[in-house]
Design a protein around this ligand. Structure first.
Ligand code: SF4
Length: 585
């Protein structure tokens, strides 16, 4: 079975913007004990609404429900002017997160209504956006939501302006507007379907033509998701409209060769990932034994954190070679691998902040073996301390500090009333601390733990190069995951670079870091800081750019495969250093 995901799936610009506004407000206002509510549910997604509720962000449906002083966030659909006035009279503080595209339609309607035009809205009567537009249109207005309905409208004497709900289907708009044109040739008709909706519908139509079956993921009361479903049906393809993966009878889907997935504008990415994961899991049962085994191995090494442990060991190996240590102990890579395994496992198991939103398959697997993983992470931590003790006093101190930092990262150390209770609550702390922890254990352990009688001379320049180069490689990894987990991080409230600065900024930062790492390794070889294999290390940069490109083009339908490709980068770097030393010195 082949799974294809529509390129434009998940949050649209307006929903993303509204979500960002609410989370930014929540952060600032909750500190001051101020109440926040949204006017109507922020998005059509029960899981996200539950999470908002747990953060104390409820929703109201009438202006009278707003207590004085409460901040009321207007969601992307907008509200009618009289509702705004009522909220102001109720002494609520308004934070307007109406989508800019909806605002444009509102001002168009207002302009024509002020000129005395009758307004016809092509849209769903009762939908929040249409209710808002009717508020601007005044009493001379009508809503038409399917072909033929125009005949129910009485004759209109004066001028007419026609607009469309931003999430309407373009087919429906064309059909209804041509009927309007026939009956009222003088009507000024505006196609106000937003670009994001148009592109999403085009993508869905294209995908429905290619796929044997379509799955439409999104809230049942989401108008734009409903349209996507209708498009699939119009393409005469079997289609399933679901709110989450549990609703799907996967055995039904397994009958088809190509499965297309599209999702509404308020469907977060992790829900799409969960769905893909469920489909893949079911499909694996149907595969050839060999393929099944390969897939199982990938899943196993990724989910058990074996892969990142091996990656950390590879980085430690690179450092011993950069420092030209004679016969370096196996304990360096072993300690690094055990440390990274222990800390990643420990923090995932003890992190109760909606980990399942980020990494459903890994968390599910770990949860089902909770006790075993807990024991393994603790055993690995003790093994780290014992190995480092064998390596010497300095190595032990480094490992000990790194273990304490790793354990305290997700532990609530400060009182409940403080906004920052754990290290992980500090913005971007994960990127910085994870980079420092990896770099300390891979760079400093061989540097300070080496106890030969006549150690090789290690210049400060070489130390600075090694630490910076290794840190950049690790930082690229952190930013890559930030980018992938951006939706979940927003909801959890974690302030990663991607959340703070956006996905495109993060992608550019990763690209710049990749370029810097390539330039660094080449310059280090050129200036003889490291041997000639440094000229080969840019292969790692090309590899990183390649997976970044594949991610950008949405070629990864399985998170385990993505993790495998991202984390194998360090192993590739280790292999290059090994082969470089063997063949070119
Ligand atoms: S669907 Fe379009 S108009 Fe509606 S919120 Fe999203 S971007 Fe804005």
């Amino acid at each position: 079975m082949k799974i294809k995901i529509a390129y434009l799936s998940g949050f649209c610009m307006g929903v993303r913007r509204a979500t960002d506004i609410v989370y930014a407000l929540a952060k600032n206002l909750h500190k001051k004990n101020k109440k926040i509510v949204t006017y109507g549910p922020l998005i059509h997604n029960p899981r996200v609404l539950e999470e908002l509720k747990s953060k104390g962000i409820g929703s109201i449906s009438k202006p009278e429900d707003a207590d004085p002083g409460t901040t009321v966030v207007i969601r992307a659909h907008g509200i009618p002017p009289d509702t705004r006035e009522k909220l102001i009279s109720a002494k609520a503080l308004i934070c307007d997160a109406t989508c800019p595209d909806v605002l444009k339609v509102q001002s168009l309607v207002k302009k024509y209504a002020n000129k005395g035009y009758t307004i016809i809205i092509i849209g769903d009567n009762g939908h929040a956006e249409v209710t808002g537009l009717l508020g601007f249109a005044g009493s001379k207005s009508f809503v038409v939501n399917k072909p033929g309905e125009i005949n129910n409208i009485p004759d209109i004497a004066g001028d007419i302006a026609v607009v469309c709900q931003t999430t309407q289907s373009s087919d429906l708009f064309e059909a209804v507007s041509s009927e309007i044109k026939n009956r009222f040739p003088h009507a000024a008709i505006y196609n106000t379907i937003c670009k994001s909706t148009e592109k999403r519908q085009e993508e869905t139509r294209k995908l429905a033509k290619e796929a044997d079956v379509m799955i439409v993921l999104g809230g049942k009361n989401s108008a734009n998701t409903q349209r996507l479903y209708e498009i699939c049906i119009n393409e005469k393809k079997p289609a399933y409209y679901i709110e989450n993966a549990d609703e799907l009878n996967v055995d039904e889907i397994l009958k088809y060769r190509t499965v297309g997935i599209t999702a509404g504008a308020s469907t977060p990415n992790w829900m799409i990932k969960n769905l893909v994961h469920e489909l893949k899991k079911a499909n694996r049962k149907n595969r050839l034994k060999l393929l099944l085994n390969i897939e199982n191995i990938i899943y196993f090494i990724v989910r058990t954190n074996i892969l990142i442990a091996v990656s950390a060991a590879a980085l430690s190996y690179i450092c011993t070679k950069f420092f030209k240590l004679h016969n370096p102990s196996i304990l360096y890579p072993l300690t690094a691998g055990l440390y990274i395994f222990s800390m990643h496992t420990f923090n995932r198991l003890f992190d109760n902040t909606l980990g399942e939103l980020k990494d459903s398959s890994r968390i599910g697997f770990m949860e089902s073996h909770h006790e075993e993983f807990k024991a393994l992470s603790i055993i690995a931590m003790f093994a780290v301390l014992i190995c480092s003790l064998i390596l010497g006093f300095f190595a032990f101190i480094i490992a000990f500090i790194a273990c304490i930092a790793g354990i305290s990262y997700g532990t609530k150390l400060l009182p409940k009333t403080w906004a920052v209770r754990r290290l992980k609550d500090i913005p971007m702390s994960k990127n910085i601390l994870v980079t420092l922890a990896w770099a300390s254990i891979t760079v400093f352990l061989p540097l300070f733990g080496y106890k030969e009688v006549s150690p090789p001379p290690i210049s400060p320049l070489l130390v600075a190069f090694t630490f910076t180069y290794i840190s950049i490689l690790i930082f690229i990894r952190c930013l890559t995951y930030d980018m992938v987990e951006i939706h979940a991080d927003r909801i959890i409230g974690k302030e990663s670079l991607a959340v703070l600065k956006g996905k495109s900024f993060t992608k550019k930062t990763i690209a710049v870091m990749i370029l810097i790492s390539a330039l660094m390794s080449v310059s280090a070889s050129y200036f003889k800081v490291i041997p000639s294999y440094g000229y080969m290390l840019p292969v790692v940069s090309v590899y990183s750019l390649f997976y970044l490109y594949l991610y950008h083009k949405r070629h990864f339908s399985q998170e385990a495969v993505f993790d495998l490709i991202v984390d194998s980068k360090f192993i590739l770097a280790g292999l290059i250093v090994y082969l470089g030393l063997k063949f070119i010195g």
